[in-house]
Design a protein around this ligand. Structure first.
Ligand code: GTP
Ligand code: SPV
Ligand code: MN
Length: 582
């Protein structure tokens, strides 16, 4: 097989020659093709079959122990001019990066099959969707791309029609961390990734295309590519309102996207619908609202912490047709991770007999891959070519102190400041230290394909186009008390915050105005049915002294972006600082 599209054929031929691939296989996304790949991976040991009685059609993949998370220090944005990548990215001159990668790719597929994977990010018939082709030598990548994107014949047909696609080239190489790079060339819409087989480093449709390249494309086309979940909330009157939320990696997007409301809410008739859990493309509509699509069609979710009590919807979809990466297994070969239940696993994520002295059984960044349609709360609107209209945007971080449970921006521009000033404790989703507070504007620090200064200006410009902009809120599920415990119960109970958010959107409840934004009155968060009443005073407190320091830190951070920071943002910051002044 090959394609009718000359530019695609030429590229595949040239890569096949350069990498000296033994075979070239064009992927059509069919069941038969997937079955053959699974067989192949079972033979090679890339996959092991999990218990077919409890988990039919489920497999476990164990990564190289040096290859278990995104590698931000090896991820580059290669624009012609360094300042266009900005201080938020690692930069390398495109010529230098191409030469380096060409050396690594030379002959790297000798004896291996080169897979050509055409995919569409977003509903196949949506004008808001964008396509790409990933060339990879990893059958694991092919199988995951099939679960997470619209991959195969239909995507290829659209690519041939449009003649335009993002070029992604990937090889696992020899998994040597010293020969590992994730390179982005936004100006030519291409990606080159070498030396990793893990998640965001290797499944190029996800972070590399749908965020880094797409954010760059979105800027020139007038839309936004964001690290956000999309959720529909149906009230007892049967009206569904959509909320998008940006939380840094491993800070709660998947969980919020498939939340099941507390019992009292369910009895009253509230329901929650899942549209997306990680990436959201936002387009200003002719009606002056912001419309969202989920470019993905599957989840690559964090396993640890997922349980019947925290996320029953996720658990329900993980009992068949799923690929697990770096989880532990029980003695009867069922997948297991910390927080699932109180069984003791037999083997750890590396396949060794479990020994608690060696650390957790499942890797903290172990994951599951599963099609979105398997989710019990799946929203049919995920297939809507127009997307869904967004009423509220949440910016959430993992902050033990300072940030209240919820805070409402006074308008879009103030919301952009709240997003730009976001900070969060780092997690196991990327290699490096865990639990350190770092600035992570709009949860996009690792994913924005251009200078953050220009990005904030673009956010402001998109706001100017909206006559009915979503309201913007900052949330924090992760406040801790003196004993280090979370104050807010989180998970299902986050519904209580969503209810207040939607009531604000409809002008149904007043708020307490403070210098930094509007907060609920303590009695306005519905706590009905909670066994233990959390310390709401602490969760909704605004400490002016601490906020003065915070805004000082935000000002310092913004100044790193120099003249690229929009004046409007600086003025907004100055006016909040003035309100806070003694
Ligand atoms: P990425 O896939 O890396 O982008 O992560 P994510 O933002 O989708 O995070 P996810 O929902 O997978 O949650 C990550 C971790 O945070 C899991 O261990 C969850 O159990 C935990 N978590 C999620 N929501 C809450 C919450 O409301 N409260 C608390 N305490 N923990 C939460
Ligand atoms: C994240 O780190 O935000 C993820 C997982 O969603 S990965 O696909 O590895 O980027
Ligand atoms: Mn993510």
């Amino acid at each position: 097989m090959s394609s009718k599209l000359r530019s695609l054929n030429d590229w595949v031929e040239q890569v096949a020659a350069h990498t000296r691939a033994a075979n070239v296989q064009w992927c059509d996304g069919s069941q038969a093709e997937n079955d053959r790949l699974i067989e192949l991976m079972l033979e090679s040991g890339d996959l092991e079959r999990l218990n077919p009685e409890t988990h039919p059609n489920c497999y476990i993949h164990r990564s190289d122990p040096n290859d278990v998370a995104r590698v931000e220090h090896l991820t580059f944005v290669c624009t012609e001019r360094e300042e266009d990548a900005g201080p938020n990215n690692n930069w390398m001159a495109p010529g230098e990066a191409r030469a380096l990668m060409s050396g690594l790719f030379a002959g790297c597929m000798e004896g291996r099959t080169l897979y050509v994977v055409p995919y569409c990010m977003g509903p196949i018939d949506s004008p808001l969707s964008r396509c790409g082709v990933e060339i990879t030598d990893s059958p694991y990548v092919v199988a995951n791309m099939r679960l997470m994107t619209r991959m195969g014949a239909d995507a290829l047909e659209r690519i041939e029609r449009e003649g335009r696609f993002v070029k992604g080239l990937h090889s696992t190489g020899d998994l040597d961390p010293d020969r590992r790079y994730i390179m982005h060339f936004p100006e030519e819409l291409s990606i080159q990734s070498f030396g990793s087989g893990y998640g965001g480093n290797a499944l190029l449709g996800k972070k590399c295309h749908a965020l880094r390249i797409a954010s760059y494309q979105a800027r020139s086309e007038g839309w936004l590519a964001e690290h956000m979940l999309i959720v529909g909330i149906e009230n007892p009157q049967g009206e569904v309102r959509y909320v998008a939320g940006a939380f840094p990696s491993a800070c709660g997007k998947t969980n919020l996207a498939m939340l099941i409301p507390p019992e009292t809410y369910r009895e009253a008739g509230w329901k929650v619908w899942t549209v997306g859990d990680d990436i959201c493309w936002l387009h200003p509509g002719e009606d002056g609202r912001l419309w969202a699509i989920n470019p993905e069609s599957g989840f690559f979710g964090v396993a640890p912490g997922t349980s019947e009590s925290t996320n029953p919807n996720a658990l329900a979809m993980l009992d068949r047709d799923a690929i697990f990466t770096n989880v532990a297994v029980t003695d009867d070969n069922q997948p297991w991770w910390e927080g699932l239940d109180d069984r003791v696993p037999a083997r750890d994520w590396r396949g060794r007999g479990f020994d608690p002295r060696r650390g957790p059984a499942a890797h903290p960044n172990s994951r599951f891959t599963v099609p979105i349609k398997r989710c019990p709360s799946y929203s049919e609107q995920a297939e809507s070519p127009d997307g869904v209209p967004i009423d509220a945007i949440l910016f959430g971080g993992r902050r033990a102190t300072l940030a209240p449970l919820v805070l409402e921006a006074s308008d879009w521009n103030h919301g952009v400041l709240l997003g730009a000033g976001m900070a969060s404790e780092t997690t196991a989703a990327a290699t490096g230290q865990v639990g350190v507070v770092r600035r992570d504007p709009m949860a996009m620090k690792p994913f924005c394909g251009y200078n953050f200064g220009d990005y904030w200006a673009h956010w402001l410009a998109v706001g100017d186009k909206l006559s009915r902009p979503p309201k913007i809120f900052q949330v924090n599920w992760f406040r801790r008390n003196g004993d280090g415990r979370f104050i807010w119960p989180g998970f299902t109970d986050n519904m209580r915050v969503l209810e207040w958010v939607l009531a604000r959107c409809r002008g149904e409840v007043d708020a307490r105005q403070t210098a930094v934004g509007a907060l609920p009155e303590v009695g306005d968060i519905n706590l009905e049915g909670l066994d233990a009443v959390p310390d709401m005073e602490a969760l909704l407190a605004v400490d002016p002294e601490a906020w003065r320091d915070e805004l000082e830190a935000v000002a310092g951070y913004l100044s790193e972006f120099g003249g690229r920071v929009p004046e409007t943002l600086k003025e907004m910051l100055a006016s909040v600082q003035k309100r806070l002044a003694r």
